[in-house]
Ligand binder design. Sequence first.
Ligand code: OXD
Ligand code: MN
Length: 614
Amino acid sequence: MAAIDAVLDEAGLKNVRVREFVHRYAELTGADRIEVVNASDDARLVQESLDAGELLPAGEGRYYSRSHPKDTARSEERTVVATNNPADKGVYNNWRPASEMRPLLEERMRGASAGKTMYVVPYLMAPPGSPLEAFAAGVELTDTRTVVLHMIRMARVGVDHVNDLADQDSFVRAVHVTGDLENLGQGTADDQRYFVTVADERTILHYGSSYGGNALLGKIAHGLRQAAYDGWASGQFLAEQFMLLGITDKQTGRAYHICGGFPSASGKTNLAMMLAPDALGDRYQVHFYGDDIAWLRVDPEDGRVYAINPEFGAFGVAKDTNEVTNPTAVEAIAEGTGTIFTNVAYNEQTHEVWWEGKTPRPPADPTGWRDWAGQLISERPADAKDAPWAHPNSRFTTTLANVPNIAPDYENPKGVPVDGIIFGGRTRDREPLIRAITDLAEGVYDGLTLGAEATFAAEGTEGVLRYDPMSMRPFMSYAEGPYAAHWLKVIGAATDQPIFAHVNWFQRDPEDGHFLWPGYRDNLRPLLWLMQLRNGEVTGTRTPVGIVPTKEELELTGVDLRPGDMDTLLTIDTERWRQEMAHREEHLSTFEGVPEEIWAAHRRVAAALDAETS
Ligand code: OXD
Ligand code: MN
């Protein structure tokens, strides 16, 4: 007891509520010692991790870590949102009563950190001074040093973030206990893991992993689940799994900001970090703000929607990251950036890292290379010769400031005004390159019916959409009907509302399967059109599902397209859309309390499609 107080005193941690929280969980988890962390401790903690073999060197100022092979991804089945109100139960949030989950988690955590250090990580999920700062402070207690190092890269970390709170109690209590990863029955009927957000008690209790969103509690558990709940409960904001980028027109001096949601494997990080295509680079500059989370609120002064990225870093999927797909990410993870790679392949002699898609082929000389699980490539058994070297969910963790086109105002506490909100899934047909939606309810309806093609059997039937409302399916913290209503309320309060759009970079030729649109940097072109449409500079063509550009309106200088492909990219296949409307109706019907405005939007689109074919 006295020893804990001495450490907290020494660290200058004054917030009495935080101190009580630390005491309580130090006792419960049985940790041997505690240590309070500030971002300035990074170099020392890195050195300790290198000495302990938890990190390996990966070139100058870069590091490599391997997770336990049974612990390589988020587990949606084991993730629960608990509250004290059964009405918070939705379709996707795995709701359970707080009175059941809190004791269950605390029992699992009891004594589970014996022999370990419990790190106290005070953090802020917002640029300091943000109007949403009251929702952004948290303290993560974790028994794993590499989790601390990830938190320092992904969140603003230091005792000042909790000492100075106006309401000393207004921090998220986040507890991470790793557990015995070898013996947790991961993926079996006897799975011991639980990742619980007790949303109405602003408490996060995660047990049984030390990987990514399971363990870096500022990011997904606080930045998305808790924040979405807080945004709704307070009536003040939305927290969404959205990227955020800026486009500056150097000719006119105007700046635009676009945020949006994409289901996984739909190119969100590449889009967020993109550069203008060479042919447009003299005129447009694209800036990066965030690749994964945006909090949206309306500013009473000008009635516009403002967005912040609450994060401080990027936890990006390594697979397929290269000079073509994402040159800015390649720079952001170069030597000297402090990047931590996890579960990529590693060369223990040269300290190089490699993942599928980094180069077209793996390194020709296997000497020194080990795959993500630590197996020497040269000693792989014959039947494993073709297995990937990196885990498909291998990652890099780097701070935002390392991204070369980071926006100069990315730390502006106010955030940036949002001109466009886009949704985009990976769909091989039906969805055109872009369709703009000018009506709020139709925009929200489009987000609620967002989906991407199921890619393998476990996710659904091949080719059928797997719905992922607003790309929030794994992060929903309250019921979908009230969620839709909250969207209408927040954005509806803006006097100058953003335009909505649905984009699709992945249309394919039905005959030979080639991608019709080159994607990547050329994705700027449809976004420029969207901004022009919002400004009234173009009119597009009205269709039952939104406004699509005419070929002439799109800036296509320097794009490499096959003849005829542009027409297909802008075509609405009314028959396919009518089939889709039936699926949408079924999908929306699974939610209780969907606002009438959303149903009306659905009926309007359905009627317009019917009118087109009759
Ligand atoms: C995710 C992530 O799992 O961003 O979505 O890490
Ligand atoms: Mn994400």
